[in-house]
Write a protein that binds this ligand. Structure first.
Ligand code: LLP
Length: 433
């Protein structure tokens, strides 16, 4: 099993977070997103403990809520004393609706509208992570209007290749995000921002990429950022309070993926940063990181019901399930790997090679290719797709007018509760006139 919150029960069913997935599929219907509450909390604690241990007692972990955003996740983040990263007024609204105090939120995005900026400020956003000078100017103007001093950070691109898929590599010089250190634009925007009367420039941010396993990516990013911080001190006497190294640690989707030990990784990043500070003669700023995927991915699983199995002798086999690219577009977008399991037939040998495909009118609607399923798989069987807690529900659509699935939270005591209701057919036409 790719994660220790999964096992096979005596009845041959797949259990997730201690609960029978086949029974859950029957109770709530499919497609169904499951979330393991204890695992989410545990993942938060791993980060919080590591940050406190290696970055200092004031260091906090930030949950990048784009990975999975719904009201209950913000309640859990509040209970776990996690800060959050938000990227839109929609995420801010969801957090507020859950009673999360957005004074603890960092507002990212490379293109916040004037409306977003005003909305966030009206609700007391903690910090804007400004991407560009146009945004800095609007934040200054809105802060001046309200007579407040607004905390901001600046997103910089340190010019580091994270060795992951291109769509999520974001810290290179030619990225659409942030101001490049290499070209001098970072210095320019930092000087401009620090002199704005209604802005408190607390520090700098970078995000190199997502699904990162490569060894020293965060260390190198930290060093480049600290060298910039050193330059800002030397040239302008500017003292940086916070350095946010972004998110991005990879998780295991399939057996071949490496296992990444967060505590060890954080200790290595901290060591590289401390060494750089000593060399540069600067104090260590308060260091943050903002994981998304590695907080929620392995806490999630999606259950589907098989509809049809198509065998094309001499060619290939298809197992069609009752969801697909609308609830999980990641194979289509990134050829992402997933582990697919026959949840009600876990004790049967998996000897039939097949593609697990969705129900949309689109050949690319594939959950996974080169899967092995039992020969007996057929209509009404349950298929589980593992590690879907990140970037599945948050990237879901209504393509082909398919209602989005429900999401159910599993408690360690064997109970479960709905955190996102299944969309109804009426929901689909709610905004149609
Ligand atoms: N901070 C910033 C500024 C980000 O842009 C992201 C992710 C994170 C933190 C969190 O990164 P994580 O720890 O989750 O890797 N849709 C893609 C992933 C896009 C990531 C976007 N930014 C996928 O499904 O693989």
């Amino acid at each position: 099993m790719i994660c220790d919150n999964m096992k096979v029960g005596e009845n041959g069913h797949l259990f997730f977070a201690g609960q029978d997935t086949v029974a859950l599929a029957q109770e709530y219907g499919t497609p169904l997103y499951l979330m393991d509450e204890a695992r989410i909390r545990e993942n938060c604690r791993v980060y919080k403990d590591a940050f406190r241990k290696y970055f200092g007692p004031d260091a906090k972990a930030i949950y990048a809520s784009k990975a999975n955003s719904f009201k209950q996740i913000y309640r859990i983040m509040k209970e776990e004393d996690m800060l959050i990263d938000v990227v839109s007024s929609g995420e801010i609204y969801t957090a507020l609706a859950a009673g999360y105090d957005i004074a603890n939120a960092y507002f990212h995005s490379n293109n916040k509208t004037d409306w977003d900026i005003a909305y966030a400020m009206d609700h007391g956003i903690g910090c804007f992570v400004c991407d560009n000078v146009e945004e800095v100017k609007v934040v200054e103007r809105e802060a001046a209007k309200r007579g407040i001093i607004q905390k901001v950070m600046l997103r910089l691109s340190p010019g580091i290749d994270p060795h992951t898929y291109e769509e999520v590599a974001t810290g290179k010089v030619d990225s659409k995000f942030g101001s490049a250190i290499e070209t001098g634009q970072a210095e320019e925007i930092a000087v401009f921002t620090k002199d704005q009367p209604h802005l408190d420039l607390i520090g700098f941010h970078c995000h190199i990429g997502s699904m990162v396993f490569a060894d020293d990516v965060f260390e190198r990013a930290g060093v480049v950022m600290l060298e910039f911080i050193g330059l800002m001190k030397e040239k302008y006497g500017f003292v940086t309070k916070e350095l946010d190294l972004g998110g991005g640690y990879g998780v295991r989707y399939v057996e071949d993926d490496p296992y990444l030990d967060v505590e060890t990784k954080v200790s290595e990043v901290a060591a590289a940063c401390k060494e750089a500070c000593a060399r540069l003669g600067i104090d260590l700023p308060l260091i943050h990181m903002e994981p998304g995927r590695s907080i929620v991915a392995d806490a999630g699983m999606t259950l589907y019901t098989v509809g049809t199995v198509k065998r094309i002798p001499g060619y290939k086999n298809y197992v069609s399930i009752d969801g697909g690219m609308p609830d999980n577009p990641r194979y289509l977008m990134y050829k992402s790997k997933y582990t697919c399991l026959p949840a009600n037939k876990m004790n049967e040998a998996c000897e039939m090679a097949c593609s697990v495909v969705g129900r949309c009118c689109e050949s690319g609607d594939i959950i996974q290719e080169n899967v092995k399923m039992p020969e007996s798989i057929g209509r009404y069987d349950t298929v589980a797709v593992c590690t879907t807690g990140a970037y599945n529900y948050s990237m879901a659509s209504n393509y082909n007018r398919l209602p989005r699935p429900a999401m159910v939270m599993l408690r360690p005591d064997g109970t479960s509760y709905v955190v996102v209701r299944r969309e109804s057919l009426e929901d689909l036409v709610r905004n149609d006139v």
